[in-house]
Design a protein around this ligand. Structure first.
Ligand code: XMP
Length: 217
């Protein structure tokens, strides 16, 4: 993924035409489009190929299974045209390694969830977040997902993973995080959904975030 605007759109709409229209509008402002279960379940996996002409696609399927199943899932997602897949880290090193090995063979990316951005992540995930970040670095994943709602945790995670891995960071806007704060804290990309796709002018909403990021880099 090329690092230009440092913005990734989280496209959690459930209508194919709307997804395509928004992607067309924001294509110039985003480095990637993240799609997840809402859009894939509503429209089918072929949406990945349809949107990939606008930007690289990251499939946020938070894959969390045994190694063999992780590999089978990632194979299907890459076959559909995705450039990257988000997988969970809590399943442990062998499950993660299976996904990373496949991704490397296919020159694709695996991003590993550390601690999530919502309040409930403090119940269980935060305690494991630093260990998961270290494991992601050890197995040489492409990057990790870390919470824009807690920029101080992004800084901690950056210290653990060093500069070889990327940090993609959701939680900006609707969940309360700030794009400029989390970029300053060490994130490479911010992931933004509702603040863009629910806007009357998604392109202008995306531009505003890109301009905000430009001011701090
Ligand atoms: P909003 O609408 O809140 O969308 O801007 C955020 C998007 O990111 C996903 N999300 C996460 N994905 N780890 C992840 O892997 C996280 O901590 C996390 N928090 C939010 C969310 O599903 C939506 O697509």
């Amino acid at each position: 993924m090329e690092k230009n605007t440092r913005l990734i759109l989280a496209l959690d709409v459930t209508d194919r035409d709307e997804a395509i229209q928004i992607s067309e509008k924001v294509a110039g402002y985003v480095d990637a489009i993240k799609i997840g279960y809402p859009l894939a379940l509503a429209t089918g996996m072929e949406i990945i190929g349809q949107l990939s002409k606008y930007a690289p696609i990251i499939a946020d399927f938070k894959v969390a299974d045994i190694p063999n199943t992780n590999r089978l899932i990632c194979e299907q997602v890459f076959k559909a045209g995705a450039d990257g897949v988000i997988v969970q880290g809590f399943t442990g090193h062998d499950s993660l390694e299976a996904a990373v090995k496949l991704a490397k063979e296919q020159k694709k990316d695996i991003f590993v969830v550390t601690e999530m951005s919502h309040p409930g992540a403090l119940d269980f995930m935060q305690q494991a977040g630093e260990g998961i970040a270290k494991m992601a670095a050890d197995v040489k994943a492409s990057g990790v997902v870390a919470p824009a709602t807690r920029p101080e945790r992004v800084t901690e995670i950056r210290k653990i993973i060093g500069n070889e891995l990327s940090i993609i960071s959701p939680g900006v806007g609707a969940q309360g995080g700030s794009a400029s704060d989390v970029i300053k804290a060490g994130a490479d990309w911010v992931i933004v959904g509702r603040s863009i796709y629910q806007s009357d002018e998604p392109d202008m909403a995306a531009k505003k975030i890109v301009d905000e990021i430009k001011e701090v880099i």
